[in-house]
Design a protein. Structure first.
Length: 615
């Protein structure tokens, strides 16, 4: 038995099926129990096997109930004989108190005389009560916000606890195409930075997609990163469930784009994140799970895994030599374009490309890419700076409104708010009043619909900026990874616009069902061969939809036929926009990969290059 405890205490050994089975059935001795529980708390693999055995046992019990309950004794006399034999055996084996004997006799008489229908009802009532208490125990005791807050605190406590050391974490990333295992290291004191773990060439696109989903390649199970992504989604998209023994899982629905859904699983006892899943639109489910976790001393870690510390040496009084700084090799044009794309993806992950006064500047003769602009709060400045941290050849210059005002650099610096203001007499006023008699509910509907329209046009503007920035000559300078990253950005904006337009259509459906809105679009071109032309068409259509929404819900109108006319226009605009988005999605799946080879002359005639592109 001592050997078993040693195996349990060892982080490299795993529990046998026999030990796990006895633990599930409650047959483990008390002296073994502590070691087994400590091992299960640390070992994800054994914990998963334990949960599988537990679920198998529950299924066996359930199967036994299903097979036994529908097949009671057919004749009452056999049932009475069986109960009588049980009573006789109980009396012969051991004496029992008078109240116990009375209970047996009363139970036998009650069971024999009771109507079968009433007996079944009593059994169902007892089962319902038991199931209710089991259900109550299975409900998590924390909300989504509390779970994330405590998980973030757990991460911070483990990584910045007192004393030197290194946090070691082994994670497994599983995709529909295969899996990858990685070893991650972090300095607990935060003084030394781990060397960057290069992303394999065949996973560059997946890494960019995970970045949009708020997953840092260096810390894929970070609770802080999940919270940052979560806070940008809709408030009513959370669900917390128990996903196993001592495990809680938060599920968050994506509010648009290529991210459909994400989950974060934590241990209930300390809220340490152990798994994260990301469901991507065109990839499927990506699972990131912790295989091992430990806090090691520096003597157990190869220091070459970390960047060297910058030495601080006081100059000697007798030393007068001056060392010239090492010359820096300037980045190539292709490297700067890659830096620019990384910056755009990073800003996109935090929603900074949807109307904020933040821009990416890449001048032709500059040796760095500049991100500059104005943000509302210091918290937002820190969020953007953290998202851009680590990108090479990038200079970040961000200011808060208060900082800019203090320096008196310009006037009217506060970014315009996109919060809708409900004024006037909307064209759908009568129908809105019939459907929403309560004024607060009516205002909430109007504000919700206007917000969807504003978000759709914000993404349409972002699409248009990408279309204007990346001409044929600029795309010819991008490498394969850069083109795929650009395609990813475009597709995420397209998917989000489609999501918001679809939500608008659902909100307006009760007001449009009674209106005939059949438009013949056959023979009309919903998209051009060049994806840039389709971006322009999508932008114009989304802009028209936003205008129709505002005219229906906000702008005053006294013309009786206007509501029906505008409703038809809105329905047609939504249908056209969705068709254009479908065309654009098909277009961006291939032209990015068929651009002329890298190194093409930037000054080449744009029209000729445009003809070379194929949809």
């Amino acid at each position: 038995m001592s050997l078993l405890r040693k195996l349990v205490a060892s982080s490299g050994a795993h529990l046998s099926d026999d030990v796990l089975s006895r633990h599930v059935s409650g047959e483990v001795e008390s002296r073994e129990l502590d070691g087994i529980q400590k091992h299960l708390a640390k070992c994800w693999k054994c914990r998963s096997r334990h949960d599988e055995l537990d679920r198998a046992a529950m299924k066996f019990v359930e199967l036994h109930k299903q097979l036994g309950a529908p097949n009671p004794p057919e004749a009452p006399k056999w049932r009475e004989t069986f109960l009588a034999r049980l009573d006789q055996s109980a009396l012969e084996l051991a004496p029992s108190p008078w109240w116990s004997r009375f209970g047996h006799q009363f139970g036998a008489q009650w069971s024999a005389n009771m109507n079968p229908v009433l007996a079944s009802a009593a059994v169902l009532l007892v089962a319902s009560v038991v199931l209710f208490f089991i259900w109550q125990r299975s409900l998590p005791s924390v909300s989504a916000s509390e779970l994330l807050q405590r998980a973030e605190s757990s991460d911070s406590t483990a990584a910045h606890a007192d004393g030197p050391g290194v946090v070691y974490q082994k994670i497994r990333m599983k995709t529909p195409r295969g899996f990858l295992e990685r070893d991650l290291y972090r300095d607990r004191a935060g003084r030394r930075k781990a060397k960057a773990d290069a992303v394999p060439a065949d996973l560059m696109v997946l890494s960019a997609k995970l970045q949009i989903a708020g997953v840092d390649w260096a810390q894929p199970l970070s609770a802080s990163d999940y919270k940052s992504w979560h806070d940008r989604q809709e408030a009513d998209s959370d669900e917390v469930k128990r996903s196993g023994k001592n495990l809680l899982t938060l599920t968050t629905k994506g509010s648009g784009g290529i991210v459909m859904q994400e989950t974060l699983t934590v241990r209930e006892e300390d809220f340490h994140p152990v798994e994260r899943t990301v469901e991507l639109l065109d990839v499927g489910n990506v699972e990131i799970a912790e295989v091992n976790y430990a806090v090691l001393g520096w003597d157990a870690v190869n220091e070459d895994l970390f960047e060297p510390l910058t030495p601080t040496i006081a100059p000697a009084s007798s030393l007068h030599a001056v060392m010239a700084p090492a010359s820096r090799v300037p980045p190539t044009a292709t490297q700067l374009l890659d830096t620019e794309l990384q910056a755009r993806v990073a800003l996109h992950t935090v929603g900074a490309d949807l109307g904020e006064q933040v821009e990416v500047v890449h001048e032709s003769h500059a040796s760095v890419v500049l991100v500059q602009g104005l943000v509302n709060t210091p918290e937002r400045k820190r969020e953007l700076s953290a998202a851009l941290q680590g990108i090479p050849d990038l200079d970040v210059t961000l200011q808060t409104v208060d900082e800019a005002v203090a320096k008196q650099e310009s006037e009217d610096l506060v970014p315009p708010s996109r919060e809708p203001v409900v004024t006037g007499h909307p064209a759908l006023e009568d129908k809105l009043a019939q459907r929403f008699p309560n004024s607060d509910e009516r205002a909430a509907f109007v504000n919700r619909t206007l917000s969807l329209a504003d978000l759709a046009i914000a993404h349409a503007w972002a699409l248009r900026r990408l279309e204007e920035r990346y001409t044929v000559s600029q795309m010819a300078l991008l490498n394969q990874s850069g083109r795929q990253t650009l395609e990813l950005l475009v597709r995420d904006h397209v998917a989000t616009i489609g999501e918001e337009i679809g939500k608008e259509q659902e909100l307006f459906r009760p007001f449009l069902d009674s209106i005939q809105t059949e438009h013949d679009s056959s023979g009309k071109s919903l998209g051009r061969e060049d994806w840039r032309g389709s971006v322009q068409e999508v932008f114009e259509s989304v802009e028209k939809v936003q205008e129709d929404v505002r005219r229906l819900l906000v702008d005053p109108s006294d013309t009786p036929e206007v509501p029906e006319t505008l409703s038809r226009d809105l329905q047609f605009g939504i249908t056209t926009t969705k068709a254009q988005l479908s065309v654009l999605t098909d277009q961006v799946s291939s032209p990015f990969l068929s651009i002329p080879a890298i190194g093409a002359v930037p000054g080449q005639d744009e029209s000729k290059k445009s003809q070379q592109e194929k949809p």
